[in-house]
Design a protein around this ligand. Structure first.
Ligand code: C2E
Ligand code: CA
Ligand code: CA
Length: 896
């Protein structure tokens, strides 16, 4: 601000230039007056003064006046364009004044007519007038005025003095007095001129100062970081700066002139009104008049504005959008509450020096803020973590700005507890770490919840056994442990045989109950330390550890446990009112070296599959050859699907005999594989069952057998032969089976009594009543039934008596061991005895030796089948043996 009370000093040059300008400005008028008076004087004195003199004088005046006019014109013109060089012009001006002064001064002698008083008076009058006019004309330049007036009056005074008359002398004195008076006035009016110039200059200077000040104020207002507006007593806005426009999202032109009470938000009005009573006032609060003002917060201070008389004419308001500050404040408040949460919080600087801890932290660790601030978190060290632990922690913190994990901390009282620690780095916008915030929570609190989560995540909800995840976990631990200790361990893969049948026929609930029962039995069998898990479906896994240092020892123990499992699981299950039988197949994989969990499980699975192929209810150890077998199996499956179309199947016939002749044959399936050659049924029947291909294959066998019986009818050698075919349980259980048999019998018009279906005990796994009913309807057709492989299954006597059977077939395994194992002889004896009691004919299969045959004969077994009497042969070869009875007799019945 410029202080207007401080007088600025006027530059001398300016004053001089101003005066010169004034002198020149009035010069035209004074020159015109001078020339006019000179012409009048010349005209009047013409009669009394020499003509030549008057004319010469007038001409001189005229000439000088012309020159001066020229000078003045030049000056005024140049003054318009630039600042003239004042000294030169002043000199020119004064030269003109001197010239005209000399001419006028000369009139006191040249134009003074001797003895002609009126003309003398006229001259005196003219000179006096001219002098007083000079007072005005030349007042701006004192020197010019002095020269002019002195040049005019002094020669006149001298002339009057020289007249020698007292009156003239008095007039002379009066002239001098007049001159003196003029001189005094001259100074006075020059002073007035100077003062005027100074005043004008001052006024101008002040105006300029005000203008500059106003401009500065305007800039300040417009670029101020706060909004400023003025309002009058009617609360209309008279001025607003750009910032107000920004806050309101409107141009300033639209804001000025509007009445504040018309705005939607009236919250600020009371503050403005109270300003009009002469007080300053302020408002802070929400504000919603701007278009995006959802959560705006402004703060406003107002003061009254007064006019010169001190009356209130309105007010001035300063507003600031403080939404951000408000938000920050809010966040700080929330932060403060959050900081004092239940979680222990520690804040450190970038060098890990502790700056703050909260109450929960103190409660948890026992360290108060005073005790711990300034120290590092190392004070909590429990010594339970190695350097590597902290290395990874810091690596994570530096790279990701975050770390979380379990940490053991020692409290002030020495107690060590596990805490869940989350550390976040606080960074500047350019990524520099300034602080670390650590949040500690005592995880023992969550124990129950964790246990529940753990149970859900790691245990099978149905049986309560560990699930696949936990099992894999434990298995990898067991792997590591046994690799370290060198002590053998084993994994058993269990799969229930025929579980699917139960599920399909009795529903999932029954299936679930069976699984629960299986789990219960398993738990009772295995050792405390062994782990049982359920992989899903009917698949269980048993992990056996500490099986000794050698593989032999380990295999032996595993075998014992496996056998126990097999026998326990094959005991009947009571589900509802029914009894259900279920065997199991087990694959065992021993391990000691570092291997992967997946590999182990895969191998155990393979071994289990092998056990299934080996006839179920058995266990198998994994050996590497199995792997190849499985790969082959996949290829085999592909080929099997095409075998029927390609006509690759053939039936071989093995004779069945009584004491002296062939009474029939068992048809045994052979697959003539284009590359592998003859493939035996054990290698593809399980696969066919699994892929359900057994259904079309079985149908084909049924069809072929009936066709063969049809052919045999035409030949006296064969017309009475009975033909037995093997029927898989899957095939038997098919709803169309009865119809299929009926069809085949009718199609080939065979004697149904000559067709015998060999079933295994596995058909009894299905609903027994249903099975009996089905067998009965087939038997009604005349077709016969033989119970194959008798003695290997569950051989429940209760079932046996219910089934409509025509024959029992003693399994080959007992026959082949006759003479080797006493128990088998007892079994065979028992079976034969039992069959006799039930009035069921019995046939022994797998008779290879004379001794076996003899034993069977002595036990009363009437029928036989086995290599001793003939191997399975293609039809032509089989029939050939029949056509040569003399030869065949020798072959067939060795010893007779
Ligand atoms: P299986 O019904 O017990 O058939 C008897 C098996 O014992 C046959 O094996 C036969 O060749 C063999 N065998 C017979 N006498 C002797 C002997 O004195 N010593 C020895 N070591 N073995 C003897 P094969 O033909 O390999 O058939 C194996 C099994 O495949 C059969 O056992 C049967 O369960 C099944 N099978 C065969 N053909 C069919 C069929 O058409 N349909 C179905 N579903 N299964 C079939
Ligand atoms: Ca058979
Ligand atoms: Ca058999």
């Amino acid at each position: 601000m410029i202080d207007l009370r401080k007088q600025p000093t006027l530059p001398e040059s300016y004053l001089r230039a101003e005066k010169l300008h004034q002198a020149f400005s009035v010069a035209y008028a004074s020159m015109a007056a001078s020339f006019l008076l000179a012409s009048v004087l010349a005209y009047i004195q013409y009669d009394v003064i020499s003509h030549a003199l008057v004319l010469t004088w007038w001409a001189s005046i005229f000439a000088v006046t012309l020159i001066r006019v020229h000078l003045v014109r030049n000056y005024l013109q140049s003054a318009k364009q630039q600042t003239p060089s004042n000294d030169v012009w002043l000199f020119g001006f004064r030269l003109g004044v001197v010239a005209i002064s000399i001419l006028w001064g000369s009139t006191g002698f040249l134009m003074f007519p001797e003895q002609n008083l009126p003309h003398q008076l006229f001259l005196i009058f003219i000179i006096a007038g001219l002098s007083s006019a000079a007072l005005v004309s030349y007042a701006a330049d004192v020197l010019s005025a002095q020269i002019f007036c002195s040049s005019l009056l002094l020669p006149l005074a001298l002339q009057l003095q020289m007249q020698g008359n007292s009156l003239y002398a008095a007039m002379s004195v009066a002239s001098v007095l007049y001159l003196s008076y003029i001189m005094i006035w001259l100074r006075h009016s020059n002073k007035i001129i100077t003062e005027n110039i100074v005043l004008r200059w001052l006024a101008h200077a002040r105006e300029e100062a005000i203008r500059v000040s106003e401009e500065r104020y305007r800039l300040l207002l417009n670029h101020s970081p706060v909004g400023i507006f003025h309002f009058d007593k009617e609360l209309s806005i008279t001025y607003c700066n750009e910032h107000v426009a920004e806050i309101l999202h409107k141009p300033t032109e639209d804001i000025t002139g509007t009445k504040l009470p018309t705005w939607a938000d009236a919250a600020i009005i009371p503050t403005l009104i109270s300003t009009l009573t002469g007080r300053t006032a302020s408002y802070e609060g929400p504000y919603s008049n701007s278009p995006d003002s959802v959560n705006r917060w402004i703060d406003m201070s107002c003061a009254p504005s007064l006019n010169v008389q001190g009356e209130i004419i309105g007010g001035i308001a300063v507003i600031r959008d403080s939404s951000e500050r408000k938000q920050v404040e809010e966040m700080l408040r929330i932060g403060a509450v959050a900081f004092e949460s239940q979680t222990g919080i520690m804040v450190t600087d970038a060098d890990s020096k502790i700056l703050r801890v909260n109450q929960a932290f103190t409660k948890m660790t026992g360290y108060s803020a005073e005790e711990i601030v300034g120290k590092t978190p190392a004070i909590l060290g429990s010594g339970r973590h190695g350097q590597a632990f902290f290395h990874t922690m810091w690596d994570d913190l530096r790279s990701a700005g975050f770390w979380q994990g379990e940490i053991w901390n020692q409290h002030k009282n020495g107690l060590v507890s596990a805490e869940w620690l989350t550390i976040s780095a606080v960074t500047t916008p350019d990524g520099k770490i300034t602080h670390y915030v650590g949040a500690y929570s005592d995880i023992t609190q969550n124990k129950d919840a964790i246990a529940e989560i753990h149970r859900l995540a790691y245990y099978d909800p149905l049986t309560g056994l560990p699930n696949r995840r936990l099992l894999q976990d434990r298995l990898s631990q067991a792997l590591a442990a046994s690799a370290r200790s060198g002590i053998q361990a084993a994994i058993m893969f269990l799969d229930l045989d025929n579980f699917k049948t139960l599920n399909d026929t009795r529903g999932h609930e029954a299936g679930d109950r069976l699984l629960v029962e299986v789990a219960k039995r398993l738990r009772n069998i295995v050792r405390e330390t062994d782990m049982i898990g359920r992989l899903g479906g009917d698949e269980f896994v048993v992990l056996l550890e500490n099986l000794g240092p050698t593989a032999e020892q380990a295999a032996q123990t595993a075998q014992q446990i496996g056998d126990k499992i097999l026998s326990t699981l094959s005991l009947p299950y009571r589900l509802d009112d029914h009894e259900f039988m279920c065997s199991t197949s087990i694959g065992i994989r021993l391990f000691r070296e570092r291997e992967t969990v997946e590999e182990l499980l895969k191998h155990a699975d393979l071994a289990m599959y092998q056990a299934k192929s080996a006839g179920r209810n058995t266990l198998c150890f994994f050996d590497p050859a199995m792997q190849t077998l499985v790969t082959e199996r996949a290829a085999l499956e592909k080929d099997l699907r095409r075998a029927l179309q390609n006509n690759e199947f053939e039936l071989f016939y093995q004779p069945q005999v009584d004491s002296n002749r062939v009474i029939g044959a068992e048809a045994l399936l052979r697959w003539k594989h284009p590359q592998r050659g003859w493939v035996l049924p054990l290698q593809f029947i399980p696969l066919a069952e699994k892929t359900k291909l057994i259904l079309p294959i079985g149908l084909w066998v049924l069809d072929q057998a009936c066709l063969q019986l049809c052919y045999w009818k035409a030949n006296p050698l064969t017309e009475d032969l009975q033909l037995a075919i093997n029927v898989s349980a899957y095939q038997f259980q098919h709803p169309d089976f009865v119809a299929q048999v009926k069809n085949a019998v009718e199609r080939y018009r065979i004697n149904p009594l000559q067709l015998k279906l060999e079933l295994t005990e596995s058909v009894m796994l299905d609903n027994i009543r249903h099975t009996v009913k089905k067998m009965q309807s087939i038997r009604d057709l005349g077709v016969q039934f033989s119970l194959d492989d008798f003695g290997t299954g569950y051989s429940s006597l209760a079932y046996l008596t219910q089934l409509p059977l025509d024959q029992l077939k003693i399994d080959r395994s007992f026959v082949s061991k006759l003479g080797l194992k006493n128990t088998d002889a007892v079994i065979v004896q028992t079976i034969i005895g039992m069959a006799q009691n039930l009035a069921l004919p019995v046939i022994a299969e797998g008779v290879e030796s004379q001794a076996q045959w003899d034993f069977l004969v002595t036990q009363g077994c009437p029928l036989f089948q086995g290599y001793l009497f003939g191997k399975p042969l293609p039809i032509s070869a089989f029939e050939a043996t029949l056509q040569a009875p003399s030869q065949a007799g020798g072959k067939l019945f060795p010893g007779t």
